[in-house]
Design a protein around this ligand. Structure first.
Ligand code: A3P
Length: 289
């Protein structure tokens, strides 16, 4: 049976009552103590969050998959702003890798006076929309849209959990020149995981040898994660994520939007994208073709 799901807003952002409360969000924003050696994986949902958790888990163990194969991914790097995450954090090993979907303006205030680092992952929003469409059917936090067009409109209007992708990206990109902040796209990870892992190591100051990097790449592949019960969410209760209706590790490809968007939807999406992103002056990887 699906849990009852409702949305509420915190400082203008939509959250689900299943995993959030006003109090836990206020705690995350105002009282949560960021440690200097923390690393935060920050994303808009469906951008490759769990992929990055797996990569950073494997970097910690220098490519040894034992930890990834024995501890659920959400316990290795809890979402620090959620009710569940806030109770799990006390057991996280240090230095901590924590995860967040929070927009820039409500992220932990103590981060900005710390030496902690952020890895922000972006993905082509067209593919996020498709991924979200499927995910909405299996995760109890989301309202399940009637059809693709309904989610298409809600997504472009920011009428979804965590609000607008455009605002999330524009908010976080204010940090782009800060040396505590590193951003990378899902598409870059997909095109060349090895060199992406090397760049992540450089940012984090991690020193792995060639064969250890090879192991990270091997165990962070889509197929390895899909097979790993601790990373594919098959051990989470079915009333939270119902994978009889679809897989969390769904396709793991770029450009799947072409199988879903009509020509008219694509034209309209491009128009909104140009308008919303025109002041950002960054060309993302998926725009370069
Ligand atoms: P699809 O639904 O397009 O397949 P998040 O972790 O932010 O929720 O993102 C989930 C998306 O990342 C899903 O996309 C999932 O398949 C994809 N993903 C997860 N691990 C991956 C991996 N190792 N390689 C490629 N894609 C991966």
């Amino acid at each position: 049976m699906q849990m009852t799901m409702k949305y509420f807003t915190y400082k203008g952002v939509n959250f689900s009552t299943v995993s959030y409360s006003e109090e836990c969000l206020s705690f995350a924003e105002n009282e949560f103590k960021v440690l200097d050696d923390d690393v935060y994986i920050v994303t808009y949902p469906k951008s490759g969050t769990n992929w990055m958790i797996e990569i950073l888990s494997l970097l910690r163990t220098k490519g040894d998959p034992t930890w990834c194969n024995t501890v659920p991914i959400w316990l290795r790097s809890p979402w620090y702003e959620t009710l569940e995450g806030q109770s799990q954090i006390k057991d996280v090993i240090v230095p901590r890798v924590l995860t967040s979907h929070l927009p820039f303006h409500i992220f932990a205030k103590s981060f900005f006076t710390s030496k902690a680092k952020i890895i922000y992952i972006l993905r082509n929003p067209k593919d996020i929309l498709v991924s979200l469409f499927h995910f909405s059917k299996i995760l109890c936090l989301y309202k399940d849209p009637e059809n693709f067009q309904e989610l298409f409109e809600d997504f472009l209007q920011g009428n979804v959990l965590y609000n607008s992708w455009f605002d999330h990206v524009k908010g976080w990109m204010q940090m782009k020149d800060n040396n505590k902040f590193f951003f990378i796209t899902y598409e870059e990870l997909h095109e060349d995981l090895r060199s992406s892992v090397v760049r992540i190591c450089e940012f984090l100051g991690k020193d792995l040898d060639e064969s250890q990097i090879d192991l990270v790449v091997k165990h962070a592949s889509f197929n390895a994660m899909k097979e790993n019960k601790m990373s594919n969410y098959s051990v989470i209760p079915q009333d939270f994520m119902d994978q009889t209706k679809g897989s969390f590790m769904r396709k793991g490809i770029t450009g799947d939007w072409k199988n879903y968007f009509t020509v008219a939807q694509n034209t309209y999406f491009d128009k909104v994208y140009q308008e919303k992103m025109k002041d950002l002056n960054i060309k993302f990887f998926w725009e370069q073709s």
